[in-house]
Design a protein around this ligand. Structure first.
Ligand SMILES: [Mn+2]
Length: 385
């Protein structure tokens, strides 16, 4: 008898291991109930279609919507929620790169779990609303003014159409994937045209009302992701019942910032209609205390909900333009968002995801994808009126 070589011994061992894995795989595979109406071929087809990785990537594999066409769509082409990418980063003060945010969020969604939320008992994607992904808007990458003209136009086309199910809302609600935070202005303009003035719930590290009260009102050269909410208030788009949550960035020194942000910015911020919840309040009153304050502030007003991913600590969201340490955890943010079900939300966004600075594990984009699901859940927790 020949002594087996090491190579053949290794091959035999691997063969045994593979066959054992196959048996183990069979034993844990879910058993399918026989269905006389379904052919084996149809079952294979259904399995192919259920993969999150086949075909072109839309958010959570929702239908692609041809949302930007002019005119009233056929009944079958209408939608209730439109996910829209705004790939702009011409208006950042720090690191550029948020123009790649929408694609990164969609890709992260294909690696995420969505469905029945064990904390709220809701499944955002199975409530009968027609959710479509419109893809990204075509924007200028060199001309700020042109980029926002195009983004305004896209929002207007999407939001002015009739919704698929008017029991949810008369017009589709838009969920924007940023893009830097300045992209929120186009969403607010279209929301204002359709719904009127809104209270803003702004979840962010920074106030984003910079430039207020300093002789820079509506000077378009100063319009950027840190002044956007001041411009929105100056344009009459937002009410004086707005609120920030998660704020923890210091204001810039008068010596080094062109906007000369000072402690007095809090006063200017009040003039723009905001109450401030600093992020460490969560250590004293908990996420439920934060939620209570937000509900009390906005009540049943129409609300626009804007989430800047930089509200998270860079440990949870390194992939963003202006990270500031000491932020909330992903869990805290999701708990706060889940607490906002029941508000009259007419539009929402997640902004400032900048994948070039993300971790190899896509920490930031994965967090943003869960934020999107939470925002859709909020929109469908009640009809918008
Ligand atoms: Mn921001």
């Amino acid at each position: 008898m020949q002594t087996p070589s090491y190579v053949s011994l290794l091959a035999w061992t691997l063969g045994v291991l593979a066959s054992q894995l196959l048996v183990a795989g069979r034993s844990i595979a879910p058993r399918q109930a026989p269905d006389s109406n379904t052919t084996a071929a149809a079952r294979v087809k259904a399995t192919e279609l259920s993969s999150p990785f086949n075909g072109l990537t839309t958010f959570n594999s929702v239908d692609y919507g041809k949302c930007f066409r002019i005119g009233t769509p056929a009944v079958t082409d209408r939608y209730d929620i439109a996910i829209l990418g705004a790939p702009n980063d011409l208006t950042v003060t720090g690191r550029p790169g948020a123009r790649f945010g929408p694609g990164a969020i969609r890709a992260a969604a294909s690696e995420s779990d969505f469905g029945y939320n064990i904390f709220t008992g809701r499944d955002a994607f199975s409530q009968g609303a027609k959710i479509v992904d419109c893809g990204d808007v075509s924007l200028s990458w060199t001309d700020k003014q042109e980029a926002f003209r195009l983004l305004d136009q896209a929002h207007q086309r999407v939001s002015e159409k009739p919704a698929a199910n008017t029991s949810w809302s008369q017009h589709p609600r838009i969920l924007t994937l940023g893009g830097d935070h300045a992209t929120t202005i186009s969403a607010l303009r279209s929301v204002h045209r359709v719904w009127g003035k809104v209270a803003v719930i702004h979840i962010d590290t920074h106030l984003d009302t910079g430039g207020s009260g300093r002789g820079l009102l509506l000077n378009y050269k100063d319009f950027d992701h840190g002044t956007v909410l001041h411009f929105a208030h100056e344009e009459g788009l937002t009410s004086d019942s707005s609120i920030h949550a998660g704020i923890h960035a210091a204001f810039g020194s008068a010596n080094v910032t062109r906007r000369k942000c000072l402690a007095g910015d809090f006063e200017d911020d009040k003039r723009d209609g905001y109450e401030v919840i600093a992020n460490r309040e969560i250590d004293k009153i908990g996420a439920s205390g934060i939620v209570e304050k937000v509900h009390k502030r906005v009540g049943q007003n129409r609300v626009y909900l804007s989430v800047d991913i930089d509200v998270l600590d860079p440990a949870y969201a390194p992939g963003t333009g202006t990270p500031v340490v000491g932020g909330w955890t992903s869990r805290e943010l999701l708990t706060v968002l889940n607490g906002l079900n029941g508000l009259n939300v007419v539009g929402a966004d997640i902004v400032e995801v900048s994948p070039a600075y993300d971790s190899p594990g896509k920490t930031t984009a994965l967090a943003a994808a869960q934020v999107v699901a939470a925002l859709i859940e909020i929109m469908l927790a009640r009809p918008a009126i």
